[in-house]
Design a protein around this ligand. Structure first.
Ligand SMILES: [Zn+2]
Length: 310
């Protein structure tokens, strides 16, 4: 399995258009030892021909253009992009679907609740129905027995398995209260496990910390991408003078008692990569003590363009 990091930042990217935090200011001025980043996006393939996306970021068009593997072959309009797995209905996870609206069929895998939000409450996504055949929406369960095989092509070649685990997060702000009340909390935010042969990839860019089921899956995986959004719980408030805590918006901070570093340190057999890193996070500065600390603890920090082979 090949896994490519097309984008590694949280919503807004790095730098963020309206942000005057220390990281964004220093990056714009060329004074930060670190790299700009587009919004979090992963692509993987088990045969190097058909590629699947984990989420569809607001930067997806630019990310596809920067990735030679995702370029279409010569001839009629088509794409190596065969399917998209969504972890939530967040703008950061789903907006990029609108970049894929040019009449090419592919598959979208999402929980029934995420599908309802995107397809019925946000009718703009119906633009995807114009493809011939229309883009195919497929549901998946968050139950432990919900593991499904995915055939990469219509002949069933090169299949892989995937399953989803609820992460205890909430539905996005834009979902109205009446609908929110009707939807199952388990289907709001999920982590995804992809299995091919003996190899396992786990992806959870939003960890609320309210559900710990993900840890077993992450520990048994060869490569895990986990929530690196915030270093500290009050980081947004410190950087912007307002806003909510990390935990209040569904992200376990990295540092502190019960932070992700403490919860998942030295655990598991695989490579541990932090992704979905907010522009305020000090780990983006490679000269910071926080950067040194996570690296010394064995974590990798996702950057656009990284590739892993499992
Ligand atoms: Zn910033």
């Amino acid at each position: 399995m090949r896994v490519k990091v097309l984008g590694s930042a949280a919503g807004g990217g790095f730098p963020q258009w309206n942000c005057g935090c220390s990281n964004c200011i220093r990056l714009r001025a060329g004074k930060l030892h670190g790299n700009p980043r587009t919004q979090a996006q992963i692509a993987f393939s088990v045969d190097s021909k058909a590629w699947f996306l984990l989420n569809a970021s607001p930067d997806l068009r630019t990310q596809i253009l920067a990735t030679t593997e995702l370029a279409p072959p010569q001839g009629p309009r088509r794409s190596p992009i065969t399917g998209v797995f969504l972890t939530s209905a967040d703008v950061d996870s789903a907006m990029g679907l609108l970049h894929l609206r040019e009449f090419t069929p592919f598959r979208i895998f999402a929980t029934p609740a995420v599908q309802q939000i995107l397809r019925e409450e946000n009718t703009m996504f119906r633009v995807l129905d114009r493809a011939t055949p229309p883009v195919q929406w497929l549901g998946f369960s968050t139950q432990p027995q919900g593991r499904s095989p995915v055939a990469v092509d219509s002949l069933g070649n090169a299949s892989f398995g995937f399953s989803a685990v609820p992460l205890g997060g909430t539905y996005p702000d834009y979902v109205n209260d009446a609908l929110r009340g009707k939807l199952s909390a388990e289907e709001a935010v999920v982590g995804l496990l992809v299995e091919h042969g003996e190899k396992r990839l786990f992806f959870a860019p939003s960890l609320s910390g309210k559900n710990l089921e993900w840890r077993k899956l992450a520990e048994s995986s060869d490569l895990v991408f986990l929530d690196g959004t915030f270093w500290s719980d009050d980081e947004l408030i410190q950087a912007t003078g307002s806003g909510k805590t990390a935990r209040a918006i569904g992200h376990l901070p990295l540092s502190g008692a019960d932070g992700l570093l403490q919860q998942f340190s030295g655990a598991g057999r695989g490579r541990r990569v932090l992704i979905h890193i907010n522009n305020t996070n000090p780990i983006l500065d490679e000269e910071s003590p926080e950067y040194r600390q996570v690296r010394e603890m064995g974590w990798e920090i996702a950057q656009d363009g990284m590739e892993f082979v499992l």
